[in-house]
Design a binder for this molecule. Structure first.
Ligand code: ADP
Ligand code: 5GP
Length: 189
């Protein structure tokens, strides 16, 4: 399996909230067992059905700040009122084992990874249009009105930064987008 950036074992997937990052990553993981997805730490409340240690490590703010202070995070950012960050140790361990590592993170985190891992392959996931993006966020039914508005505001900044990325994939049809990701990441070889 070779990635478009041949030395890179690290792929970053970024895109506005509700675009379908989680849905697409789940699809990739189902069919490619050699991929490993980093489980992030966050201070946000779990959504119904989310499991600590599986979807996120759910921390309180003090513990999150301690992680930052002790250098435990590869990157971190504040998003819609909560902190999110990538745990350094498990990612570094997987890279040492030459595993293919996926980070599903927002824009500020992607920018930090671009500095610390310039070889990482960075993919931006875009919606077909902004009306469909809002429909998806609302359709998920797990966010308050205030949170939805924060996320839609942030989506504008994220979409404006899409050209910073190595590749842009439009998630219109889910299967077609998954296929495009597989092709870009060299998973079909
Ligand atoms: P993200 O992880 O980017 O916040 P999700 O994967 O949670 O987004 O998807 C948000 C909502 O959009 C979910 O209800 C999901 O089922 C739906 N969705 C994802 N991809 C598509 C698509 N290609 N077409 C229609 N709905 C989609
Ligand atoms: P959600 O609350 O919808 O799960 O995630 C909100 C945003 O935080 C999404 O854009 C998601 O990609 C991003 N995110 C999740 N984990 C991390 C992380 O470890 N670091 C950063 N920077 N963003 C993250």
């Amino acid at each position: 399996m070779s990635l478009s950036k041949p030395q890179s074992k690290l792929t970053v997937i970024t895109g506005p909230s509700g675009v379908g990052k989680g849905s697409l990553v789940r699809k990739l993981l189902e069919s490619h067992t050699d991929l490993w997805l980093s489980v992030s730490a966050t201070t946000r409340e779990p959504r119904p059905g989310e499991i600590d240690g599986q979807h996120y490590f759910f921390l309180d703010k003090d513990d999150f700040i301690k992680l930052i202070e002790h250098g435990g995070l590869l990157e971190w950012a504040k998003f819609a009122g909560n902190y999110y960050g990538t745990l350094r140790k498990p990612v570094e361990e997987k890279l040492v084992e030459h595993r293919y590592v996926l980070l599903e993170i927002e824009l500020e985190g992607a920018r930090q990874i671009r500095k610390s891992f310039p070889d990482a392959f960075q993919i931006f996931l875009a919606p077909p249009n902004s009306i469909e993006l809002e429909r998806r966020i609302r359709g998920r039914g797990t966010n308050s009105e205030e949170d939805i508005n924060n996320r839609l505001k942030r989506a504008k900044d994220e979409l404006a930064a899409k050209d910073e990325f190595d590749a842009i994939v439009i998630n219109d049809d889910l299967d077609a987008a998954a296929n495009e990701l597989e092709e870009l990441m060299g998973l079909l070889a």
